[in-house]
Design a protein around this ligand. Structure first.
Ligand SMILES: [Zn+2]
Length: 386
């Protein structure tokens, strides 16, 4: 790969013909039409947070360096931004009056600034490296330079590596915050649309966890039908089984649950009652486990991480149980009393015993003193999950 250093391009040159797409939230073109600001392999514009974008403008006003910018030369007089897209979009939006910043404590748009200040901004020179080379080389380079700044997350990185018609269409569907379905999906998916986390989720479900393999296989597909269909099936299934959308539903691996339970019939009304009951149960400490617990027929309380007895409860129960056992000259483990001779009279130490629910939590038993019983390790483990 060849690189040429260019220092004669200014903010004004880049902003010539600057187009910002409000709908997709990205800067598209500049440099009099010669520059594509957001090529396919680039991530969405994520500086639009009133902080990072403002910081770019403040740097220019204070004459701080903006850092290196990299262009790829794709044809004669045609360039794509390889690195610097976020910075360029930020000053492009400012110069075209789409972003205001505080100058001497006053909120200002570009047009409202004094003329000499406008001039200073426009005449700011940029340090640009122009790269010429093969696609693979350039992507390798892209990987390297993106280690600085806000690092690419896994999905942004995969989008760059497998860029092509499939990623472009998939992003239109799953990385587009204007998509009206996002509102519904938000109930089940956590993360940010802009940072590709919805796309990552859709790919994860459809590929059964093998995103990379899936993206490589579909890279040159011109449609995303199978991805979209699978994702929609999962969402439809969840929203049918669970009629409410408590916040605990966000970020669960619904794809896996769909694969496991989609053939089971459920009564949405009963499911809804059970969800409410469990989410209001103080003993349930893993609230996200409620959904899988119900889907699996309420058979695995381990998914709920039901609250266990605290240390003072264990200690006082131990003292009470041991004193009573010593009086009767039997073991302080009630199950050892009826067990083989060797342990019938054995007094275990507290460390050798575990607390157990007399009435199981699943039958309404509480995790308090009245329902606590200590068993020796062996007996407690053999009782297992009730
Ligand atoms: Zn025992």
């Amino acid at each position: 790969m060849k690189t040429i250093l260019r220092t004669n391009i200014t903010v004004k040159d880049i902003c010539d013909g600057f187009v910002y797409n409000e709908l997709e939230g990205k800067g598209l073109f500049g440099l009099g039409g010669k520059l594509t600001i957001q090529p396919e392999y680039q991530r969405n514009y994520i500086y639009k947070d009133g902080k990072k974008d403002v910081a770019v403008i403040e740097s220019i006003l204070k004459e701080y360096p903006l850092g290196l910018i990299y262009f790829v030369k794709v044809a004669e007089n045609k360039y794509e931004v390889l690195d610097g897209q976020q910075r360029i979009t930020s000053f492009g939006r400012f110069v075209t009056n789409k972003l205001a910043v505080k100058v001497e404590k006053m909120e200002q748009y570009f047009d409202s600034l004094p003329k000499e200040m406008q001039k200073k901004i426009l005449n700011t020179p940029l340090t640009i490296y122009e790269c010429v080379g093969e696609e693979s080389e350039i992507k390798e380079w892209f990987k390297t330079i993106n280690i600085v700044g806000v690092p690419l997350n896994d999905q942004e990185f995969l989008n760059a590596i497998y860029s092509g018609p499939f990623v472009t269409r998939a992003k239109e569907e799953f990385s587009n915050s204007q998509n009206s379905n996002i509102q519904k999906w938000r109930s089940y998916i956590s993360g940010s649309v802009d940072r590709q986390e919805y796309l990552e989720c859709a790919l994860d479900w459809a590929s059964k966890g093998k995103i990379e393999h899936y993206m490589a296989k579909h890279r040159y597909d011109t449609n995303i039908k199978s991805l979209k269909n699978y994702f929609t099936s999962v969402i439809d299934w969840v929203s049918t089984v669970f009629s409410d959308v408590p916040t605990e539903m966000r970020g669960i691996c619904w794809g896996r649950l769909y694969e496991t339970y989609m053939k089971q019939p459920y009564n949405p009304k009963k499911v809804s009652e059970k969800v409410k009951e469990l989410l209001s149960d103080d003993y349930v400490t893993c609230r996200k486990g409620v959904f899988e617990f119900i889907l699996g027929g309420c058979e695995h309380p381990r998914l709920l991480e039901v609250r266990v007895f605290d240390e003072p409860t264990k200690k006082s129960t131990y003292v009470k149980q041991t004193t009573a056992a010593q009086k009767k000259r039997v073991s302080n483990c009630p199950l050892c009393v009826h067990g083989p001779k060797s342990n019938k009279k054995r007094i275990w130490t507290l460390a050798e015993m575990d607390a157990d629910h007399v009435t199981a939590w699943s039958n309404g038993g509480a995790s308090d003193r009245s329902n606590c019983e200590l068993l020796c390790r062996t007996h407690n483990q053999s009782k297992g999950n009730r």
